[in-house]
Design a protein around this ligand. Structure first.
Ligand code: BTN
Length: 237
């Protein structure tokens, strides 16, 4: 067992999904912890999609305790931490956060985040960041990007260390300052804010103007029917 930042950490050669591995380890430890892996054989994304796991990219899953009412905030902050990480390595690139927590660099998806429930009060935050390569296509309809394609020459462990520095700082600010200042920081980087968007949900697609982020991390969508709070869905144009 290793320690990185304040996290108990295991770096595996291979697992099905780091989300699975961290769930098992966290249930044994009953403490916050982190699992990374060089390879994932059955990685999953949001809404039943799979996550193509090319070796050299970063796959990491954190288990930590949070109350249900904080979850929407943490979902938003996770995207912000990835944005800051990508910006650190690619300061010149045009990088956006896409609600709820995707990060697009020069219009291509460079990261994906999957929250799942763990045991007791634990939540699992699984993040993939394309470091050295990116898959050709994405089921989401967006292009793809990697730190390498943006010109950065680095490796998954350097990116991991930077992400942890960003994440731990953001969590500390969240505890001290609350969500509202961080919400503004997220909005400053948001894709399609004030524009017409579509939100794909399980049974329907909603259309309207992306007006704002709600104070719980949901999205305010203005349509002819009025203003509606969207809690889950995939945003596209
Ligand atoms: C998405 O954009 O659909 C979310 C993708 C999440 C992928 C990461 S990679 C590390 C962790 N392990 C998984 O099986 N999924 C997440």
């Amino acid at each position: 067992m290793n320690v990185i930042g304040e996290w108990l950490w295991q770096d595996l050669e291979e697992t099905t999904s780091t989300n699975d591995a961290v769930k098992i380890w966290n249930a044994e430890l009953n403490q916050p912890c982190l699992v990374t892996a060089k390879r994932q054989s059955k990685a999953r994304g949001r809404r039943g999609r799979s996550w193509i796991s090319e070796e050299g990219n970063l796959f990491m899953s954190f288990a930590y305790q949070a109350q249900l009412h904080q979850l929407g905030h943490l979902v938003i902050l996770s995207g912000l931490a990835v944005w800051q990480t990508v910006k650190h390595f690619c300061p010149e690139a045009d990088i956006k956060v896409k609600w709820p927590n995707d990060v697009l660099a020069e219009g291509g998806k460079i990261s994906g985040i999957l929250f799942e429930r763990g045991e007791n009060d634990y939540w699992i935050m699984g993040i993939g960041i394309n470091v050295v390569s990116h898959p050709e296509k994405q089921a989401t309809g967006y292009g793809t990007a990697s730190l390498f394609s943006l010109g950065a020459r680095t490796d998954r462990l350097c990116v991991l260390k930077q992400f942890i520095a960003e994440w731990d700082t953001l969590l500390q600010r969240y505890r001290v300052e609350g969500f509202l200042k961080l919400k503004q920081s997220w909005l400053d980087k948001a894709l399609n804010l004030g524009q017409k968007v579509k939100i794909r949900q399980e049974k329907e697609i909603k259309e309207g103007i992306f007006k704002n982020l709600a104070d719980d991390g949901s999205l305010w969508l203005q349509s002819e029917k009025g203003i509606e709070k969207i809690i889950v869905g995939d945003l596209f144009v």
